[in-house]
Design a protein around this ligand. Structure first.
Ligand code: ADP
Ligand code: MG
Length: 422
């Protein structure tokens, strides 16, 4: 899924384009916030290309190393370097850098001390500043949190001193704005320094409909309204999935929706696994929220407890839930949590391995411990909804029980025992 690079290819987003254009001539730091695949890179690249403004584009996620879970300074520098070499005014930057004693001719050797790399990055910004107005895009900038050299002071310096440089950072609201920039953290070097924030929301239903209809029209393809309606409903206005659906429709027809879900789930699986491996509880929490659709804090705790068959401290669940929100997987609306992206939700329900494979005894114990006062009939009703014993206890039963709004009682144990005695 390549970002769009021209305004003609951008559907809707007129307001955002206008704001970004205005910001470019006025602001020092612009934040473009939103979920993955919502169109952040496209907005930034298409708008910049349309202004003819020189810009440098660094995809921070490309510099992120899955294994060490860091952004090694030399990889970041390498991204910056190759982007500088693509700049139309390249010669002038190279010349400025040469004067500062930096050469971009060769990739950085791996064993350069981090401080030296940091110095190289700082000098690259100085050289850019000499060119006149220039924008530096740090795409998915929340990953800079994992940088092996502290970049916040450097970026604060760019903001304060390098008057020709406009920084554009994209990322998730919580990860970028709260964590990296530190909007509400006065001790953060970037505190109070941002100027303009542009938040990209999913398309509403009407926009999604129009987007699909117009796309198919352009291709001269007639599509049944019911198919469009289903796509609108299932893909929840995330433009990346809508584009993907459109493309698959040409090949697969009405099956394209299921195909988007399958292929999309594969695509997000890797992102999910990488992120969810960092805590033993992430996948349980994701599963809880995905299953329940919308979940209150208490529901999440009950569900996780039931899945694990033991209690996890509230502080641990609260911390992990907060992190999942930061990573953009879960969003909190009023007092309820939901999985932000419909395909991520599907992937979680379908593909995440169930790490809890209960034996009968565990099942009963899990129920019993998760609770204090639910009656045997509710337990029986809950269990009758599952396909036990073919499938390990997973979703429906717990949903049924949790939706009762009552925690399980001591009766649960005996009820479960009876239910399953041969
Ligand atoms: N406004 C838009 N109109 C049409 N297609 C879009 C639009 N915004 C994004 N896309 C497409 O959606 C996909 C995801 O967009 P991208 O800009 O990469 O999202 P993000 O950077 O937020 O992850 C890409 O295939 C891109 O071409
Ligand atoms: Mg992007």
């Amino acid at each position: 899924m390549e970002p769009k690079e021209s305004l003609q290819d951008l559907f809707d987003r007129e307001d955002e384009v206008r704001k970004l254009r205005e910001g470019l001539s006025r602001e020092r730091l612009i934040l473009v916030l939103g979920l993955r695949r919502i169109g952040k890179s496209s907005l930034v690249l298409a708008t910049l290309s349309s202004t003819g403004h020189p810009f440098v584009y660094v995809d921070v996620r490309r510099a992120y190393d899955d294994v060490s879970r860091r952004v090694p300074a030399e990889r970041l520098y390498e991204e910056l370097r190759s982007s500088l070499l693509r700049l139309s005014v390249r010669e002038r930057v190279l010349e400025a850098l040469r004067r500062m004693g930096v050469s971009l001719e060769y990739p950085v050797k791996v064993r350069v001390p981090a401080e030296e790399v940091r110095d190289g990055i700082a000098k690259a910004f100085d050289a850019l500043n000499e060119l006149g107005r220039v924008a530096v895009v740090l795409d998915e900038a929340q990953y800079l949190r994992y940088s092996t050299v502290g970049l916040r002071p450097l970026l604060a310096h760019v903001y304060d001193r390098l008057r020709n440089v406009t920084l554009i950072m994209t990322g998730s609201e919580v990860g970028l704005l709260h964590d990296f920039i530190g909007v509400d953290d006065p001790s953060s070097p970037l505190y109070g320094r941002y100027g303009l924030t542009i938040e990209l929301r999913p398309f509403d239903e009407e926009r999604s409909r129009q987007f699909l209809r117009r796309g198919f029209e352009e291709l001269g393809v007639r599509v049944d309204e019911r198919v469009i309606e289903r796509a609108v409903e299932e893909l929840d206005g995330v433009v990346g999935w809508l584009v993907y659906f459109g493309r698959l429709y040409l090949e697969k027809g009405a099956d394209a929706i299921d195909e988007v879900k399958e292929m999309g789930a594969k695509l997000v699986k890797k992102e999910l696994e990488e992120a969810l491996s960092r805590s033993p509880y992430y996948s349980h929490i994701m599963r809880a929220v995905a299953t329940l659709g919308r979940a209150r804090w208490k529901n999440v705790v009950d569900y996780v407890t039931a899945q694990l068959g033991r209690k996890v401290t509230n502080a641990t669940i609260a911390r992990d839930l907060r992190n999942l929100v930061k990573m953009g997987f879960i969003e909190k609306v009023n007092d309820e949590y939901r999985v932000a992206d419909p395909i991520v939700r599907y992937a979680v329900l379908k593909a995440l391995p169930l790490s809890w494979q209960p034996a009968k005894g565990d099942l009963a114990m899990g129920f019993a411990r998760a609770c204090s006062s639910i009656g045997p009939s509710e337990v029986r009703r809950g269990l009758s909804l599952t396909t036990w014993p073919q499938q390990p206890l997973c979703q429906l039963d717990l949903v049924a029980l949790i939706h009762e709004g009552r925690p399980f009682g001591p009766h649960a144990l005996s009820a479960v025992g009876q239910y399953h005695s041969p």
